[in-house]
Design a protein around this ligand. Structure first.
Ligand code: C5P
Length: 396
């Protein structure tokens, strides 16, 4: 039984949330409804409490259970947060992290997958602020059920009508189905760059931001996995809920990941591990002289290949190949050489995808079958795309 929190905001379409609650219940979900105070002008708490058999919240300080904090309890217990209909106000508040009523407070405390179905006047939807908020929400992994075109309540014609109840319900149930596919699995992710010291203040590193690793960790958590991230220094923190081991060098990454690898069902090697380290880093700070400075580099261990050797039978190993070309031969060669089950290649020479950006485009190559292309997606959508595919290779 999945727990859905259904947020209903103050759009004229609020009455349709009653049918949506029923549809979700028919799909096997326990539905708890949270109205915004303006939604309560259109529909009542009693309607939803009678329909769902569950308490319905409106005000930030509503506490059905004395001594508990409902906004935290509801956020923790939910497998999915659906907001339908979602007004421009709630979308803009979600994007900015405003928490000034019960629904927006639950949303801020909630870390799982979210679906929003906007409904509003076409000009409010087309407004730059609303569009910017929608883009920000999509980049965070929020799924949007786009409003339909037609005549809206104010008599105007345009895009803004709430999508059909069956469309929203099936998107919600698909999201729940998706979020179960890694339940009970342990996922190990290596992420970010490594830093190889030159002396006590300098290091060799690379442009990996850790965004793709963080996105994979978040998506794997949403899919129910237990997630460990072994990460080099990044500006993007791994998501709450993942256990995190911070490392600097490739050797430290290998040591930390080796502790986790034998228990992992799925190993995702996203880290951009430095291939070489300085053979003898200087203890102090190297001073400038008029002479050339030669650094002798020695090869680092291949972390993912080593993890493959100690992984349990049936574990699935996924590598990443950030290549400056779309030539998949290089990626295929790595798949073989490193003993991987899959390799996800991305062309880092293309502007707007790969290192440091919020979007990515992957080509997933397995041992069998033709390569699959994700198309350009937000990193979180890319993560979901990839996990859905590699999860199928896990033993039942
Ligand atoms: O050989 P290359 O570095 O291009 O291979 C990339 C893949 O191998 C990535 O999955 C990366 O995380 C992994 N790798 C590793 N240890 C290294 C080098 C790469 O785990 N020393």
């Amino acid at each position: 039984m999945s727990n859905v929190v259904l947020g209903v905001t103050g759009s004229i379409a609020a009455y349709r949330a009653a049918d949506l609650a029923r549809e979700l219940m028919r799909g096997g979900c326990t539905v708890r409804v949270c109205l915004t105070p303006s939604a309560e002008k259109f529909v009542t708490r009693v309607l939803f409490e009678s329909l769902t058999g569950q308490p319905c919240l409106v005000w930030a300080f509503d506490e059905p259970e004395a001594g508990r904090m409902a906004h935290i309890d509801w956020a923790r217990q939910a497998d999915l947060l659906v907001i339908a209909p979602a007004t421009a106000n709630i979308l803009n508040k979600l994007a900015a992290g405003v928490a000034d009523d019960m629904l927006s407070t639950i949303a801020l405390a909630y870390t799982g997958p979210m679906l929003v179905a906007p409904a509003m006047n076409p000009a409010m939807l087309a407004n730059d602020t609303t569009q910017e908020s929608l883009r920000r929400l999509v980049a965070r992994g929020v799924e949007i059920v786009q409003p339909a075109e037609g005549e809206v309540a104010c008599g105007e014609h345009g895009q803004g009508k709430l999508a059909s109840v069956s469309e929203i319900a099936s998107a919600a149930l698909a999201l729940i189905g998706w979020t179960r596919s890694l339940r009970g699995r342990r996922v190990l992710i290596t992420s970010g760059p490594t830093r190889e010291p030159i002396d006590s203040v300098r290091f060799l590193s690379n442009r990996s931001s850790g965004k793709m690793g963080a996105a994979l960790a978040k998506a794997a958590l949403w899919m129910g996995a237990e997630v460990t991230v072994v990460t080099g220094p990044t500006s993007v923190p791994p998501p709450l809920g993942a256990s995190v081991v911070k490392v600097e060098t490739a050797q430290e990454m290998l040591a930390a990941a080796s502790e986790e690898a034998p228990a992992a069902d799925l190993i995702l090697a996203v880290a951009a591990v430095a291939d070489y380290r300085v053979a003898e880093p200087s203890r102090g700070k190297i001073r400038r002289t008029a002479e050339d400075l030669l650094l002798r580099l020695v090869p680092n261990p291949d972390v993912v290949a080593e993890l493959g050797r100690i992984a349990k039978p049936g574990a699935v190993l996924v590598g990443f190949a950030a290549e400056p070309t779309d030539d998949l031969a290089v990626a295929r060669e790595k798949l073989e050489r490193k003993g991987l089950h899959f390799i996800a290649a991305n062309d880092v020479s293309r502007p707007g995808i790969g290192f440091e950006s919020d979007e990515n485009e992957l080509v997933l190559i397995g041992r069998q079958g033709p390569p699959e292309r994700s198309g350009t997606l937000s990193k979180i959508a890319c993560a979901r795309w990839l996990l859905e595919r590699v999860a199928r290779a896990l033993p039942g």
